[in-house]
Design a protein around this ligand. Structure first.
Ligand code: ADP
Ligand code: ADP
Length: 217
């Protein structure tokens, strides 16, 4: 489903965040990306979602070379990826339900259908009963669940998450990992990046380990 072919990314300013990376991820796989802050984890996820382009090499997603897609095509592709990024802000002037409905409304779903789907996503992440809550009243873990509900409301085939459990106590962090596992078990390809490898240890899934932009075993 995803293939990196000797991919390097140098940011404007000259810093090379990932270096000559090659790996593949199969459809339906769950995979972790581990590495310290600055190792290049976010850059990999941004390359997959077409937010940044490789300086060298190719990134393939569903047999499409992302470097050959125009912005419209990338936009369309991104609608089929669920993205949980650290800097994805919740809208604090809207309630939980409205936050989850928004991505569907933007892509043209009418209100009733968007609401129906949003309620299902909210239930899946364990926030049933909080639909009318203001996000600011949610705990950190609940806000993260809300971000995940928003990412999965499109029922994407690929779900990618960047440090989804950063800033959470360990027990809540593990709950979030469990939640990703349920999406994986439902057939979604899941990629989760985190600096804390101990959160990944019990799952037996493949771990891509990064150090200064390179893979190591
Ligand atoms: P991680 O997610 O593992 O913390 P990142 O992929 O965010 O790593 O960053 C890897 C390196 O690339 C870091 O040193 C970071 O400062 C740098 N970097 C990330 N994004 C940019 C950018 N837009 N411009 C310049 N440097 C960047
Ligand atoms: P993370 O460590 O989770 O990747 P950061 O806090 O390093 O996130 O980066 C936050 C945002 O700033 C990201 O979008 C990243 O691409 C960008 N960024 C990171 N480092 C730099 C940098 N040196 N110059 C410009 N932008 C950067």
């Amino acid at each position: 489903m995803i293939r990196f072919e000797q991919v390097s990314k140098t940011y404007p300013g000259g810093f090379t965040a990932v270096k000559n990376l090659s790996f593949s991820i199969s459809k339906g796989e769950m995979i972790f990306i581990a590495g310290h802050s600055g190792a290049g984890k976010s850059t990999i996820l941004k390359l997959i979602s077409g937010i940044v382009k490789p300086t060298k090499g190719k990134v393939w997603l569903n047999n499409q070379d992302l470097g050959r897609l125009n912005d419209n095509q990338l936009g369309y592709l991104r609608q089929h990826i669920g993205i949980v990024f650290q800097d994805h802000k919740l809208l604090f002037d809207r309630n939980v339900l409205q936050n989850v409905m928004l991505p569907l409304r933007i892509t043209g779903y009418e209100r009733k259908q968007a609401e129906h789907r949003a309620r299902i996503a909210i239930e899946k992440v364990g926030l049933k009963g909080r639909e009318m809550a203001d996000p600011v009243t949610l705990s950190g873990g609940e806000q993260q669940r809300l971000c995940i509900a928003r990412a999965v409301v499109h029922q994407p085939g690929l779900l990618i998450a960047d440090e989804p459990s950063a800033n959470l106590d360990r027990a809540y962090a593990l709950d979030i990992m469990e939640l990703f596992k349920t999406f994986h078990e439902a057939g979604t390809t899941v990629m989760v990046a985190a600096h804390d490898e101990t959160l990944m240890a019990d799952y037996g899934h493949r771990i891509i380990r990064l150090q200064e932009g390179r893979l190591y075993a």
